[in-house]
Design a protein around this ligand. Structure first.
Ligand SMILES: Cc1cc2nc3c(=O)[nH]c(=O)nc-3n(C[C@H](O)[C@H](O)[C@H](O)COP(=O)(O)O)c2cc1C
Length: 499
């Protein structure tokens, strides 16, 4: 199934009973916001997606806010036309592995592009009046976490699309007690263009433009067909275009349209398009920042973007999401591409890798299709641990806790992972302690780089929870548990008794 835009995906969620309209008044103003407790509550109850229609402390009264659309693995898989968590990531990994299945975007005429229904010229831009602002917790600025960001390599002209968080400076509090200028508040954004080695790709474009002392054009498409956001959150090799990958995932090319003021194409059915440029040697201090590992970072320095044009659809929708102690809404939007990237990489070298689960807290569980005597060689589990740390892309090398299990352990179930560790692992012999791993950049337990305030080096642990035949034993005790089919049968038989 391919969606045309976010509105199609919303309708799909409604049809599946997974989205509820909320007309109760909710406060989204700084200091008094109700959105962080709402996010926590929804995740405590594995709750639905919401359309928030009645917000107070809100600058754009008539614009509804979509909330928690990706709050379960199942809803995130629905973006790819699948329902099971496993099926979604297998599809993602399959398309990722085979670039011949990717499809180039189709450039349509501006007159047919709904993202151009309304145009706001540079002199009229005043983001405090035009772009929705909501707060979740104690963060300084209001965030845009619903966007894909497109730039072109200043040397080659090849586009890159990435999903990065942006901040709006209107009504933002400054971490050092300063005040953002009126011009910055009216027209400027900043962006989390991190330099986590091997670096995000917009950071590479930005660094090249800085070196050349040139502005870098940027287009920010907010609230797009979610498959485009999923593709943009995937690390594909530098110099390849995520829009082509999105076409492969959809099975049909993405319709794009030329921007008004920059030489960039954007998804034609985006709810909003913000056009502008990074100015040379302009950055801005932002904070506090609520990060995805569940802590506030005090202050960080980020590049500044000046907007030149805004276009949007008639009766536009906004989508707001935040980072806090996991789990939260877009955890799964971030984990699915990480899992797909790793699955694609590992399976190309180790066919016995069956599934990769990255938890919202960023533990990595690798399930094999073999165990015990079927393992290709003794210490195979440790070979897989090393392969995760050596995988391509941004994430495998930052895996702080990895557990490798056999096919009888469900990698989505923490209790089963714990059972495997308790009954198949000797803590010294069956683990690898790595003192010089790469940190997940926001891990507060790792030492920070004084320049950018992000963590670079981390210790890591790999746990081989496979059965140690033939490493230590020639056989292992017989497994004692009911079969899944028998459990289903007894549940059916007693369904009227055990209601
Ligand atoms: C909702 C969401 C927000 C994200 N925010 C950021 C961010 O602010 N900075 C960043 O470097 N990566 C962020 N990521 C991860 C990147 O999207 C991901 O690493 C992607 O591969 C980057 O694209 P690139 O490889 O073209 O740089 C985010 C992912 C998601 C799903």
């Amino acid at each position: 199934m391919a969606f045309n835009d976010m509105r199609d995906y919303i309708q799909h969620l409604k049809d599946k009973g997974q989205l509820i309209d909320v007309n109760t008044e909710l406060n989204v103003a700084r200091e008094t916001t109700e959105l962080q407790p709402l996010m926590r509550h929804l995740h405590n109850i594995a709750g639905p997606a919401l359309m928030l229609n009645n917000l107070s402390g809100y600058n754009t009264k008539d614009i509804p806010v979509l909330f928690n659309p990706y709050g379960t693995r199942e809803r995130t898989s629905m973006i790819l036309g699948e329902e099971g968590a496993f099926d979604g990531k297998v599809k993602h990994a399959k398309v990722l592995t085979d670039p011949s299945s990717w499809l180039k975007p189709n450039c349509i005429d501006a007159s047919s592009a709904s993202c151009k229904d309304v145009k706001i010229e540079k002199k009229e831009i005043d983001i405090g009046k035009q772009l929705p602002h909501v707060w979740f917790g104690k963060e300084g600025p209001s965030y845009i976490t619903n966007a894909i960001v497109i730039t072109k390599d200043p040397e080659t002209g090849i586009p890159n699309t990435g999903c990065y968080r942006l901040t709006q400076l209107w009504n933002a509090s400054h971490p050092n007690g300063e005040v953002y200028s009126e011009e910055e508040q009216r027209k400027c954004l900043s962006i989390f263009a991190f330099w986590n080695p091997p670096g995000n790709h917009i950071g590479l474009h930005w660094a090249k433009a800085q070196e050349m002392n040139k502005p870098l054009e940027v287009a920010i498409a907010c609230v797009v067909d979610p498959v485009i956001q999923l593709a943009s959150a995937t690390g594909i090799p530098f110099g390849m275009d995520e829009m082509d990958f999105a076409g492969g995932l959809k099975g049909t090319p993405v319709d794009v349209v030329k921007c008004e003021t920059v030489d960039i194409e954007v998804p034609a059915s985006a709810e909003w398009v913000l056009e502008g440029k990074f100015l040379p040697n302009r950055d801005v201090t932002i904070g506090p920042h609520s990060n995805p590992v569940g802590y506030y970072d005090d202050a960080q320095l980020f590049p500044l973007i000046e907007l030149d044009c805004i276009t949007h659809r008639k009766d536009p929708i906004w989508y707001a999401t935040m980072e806090m102690e996991p789990p939260f809404d877009h955890n799964y939007m971030a984990c699915l591409p990480m899992e797909g990237e790793l699955l694609s990489d590992l399976q190309s070298k180790i066919p016995e890798v069956k599934d990769v689960v990255v938890t919202p807290n960023l533990s990595y569980f690798i399930q094999l299709s073999v165990d015990g005597p079927q393992k290709p060689h003794p210490e195979f589990g440790k070979h897989v641990l090393h392969a995760v740390w050596g995988a391509s892309g941004r994430w495998g090398r930052t895996a702080k806790v990895i557990v490798v299990v056999g096919p009888d352990v469900n990698p989505y179930d923490l209790s089963e992972i714990e059972w495997a560790i308790q009954t198949r692992v000797q803590p010294i012999t069956d683990t690898i302690m790595n003192k010089s791993g790469q940190a997940f950049l926001m891990d507060p337990s790792a030492t920070k780089d004084p320049g950018h305030g992000i963590a670079l080096q981390s210790e890591q642990i790999g746990i081989d929870a496979t059965i140690k035949v033939f490493e230590r034993f020639t056989s292992y005790p017989e497994y004692s548990n009911a079969k899944a089919d028998d459990v289903a049968a007894i549940a059916e038989k007693l369904k009227d008794v055990l209601k």
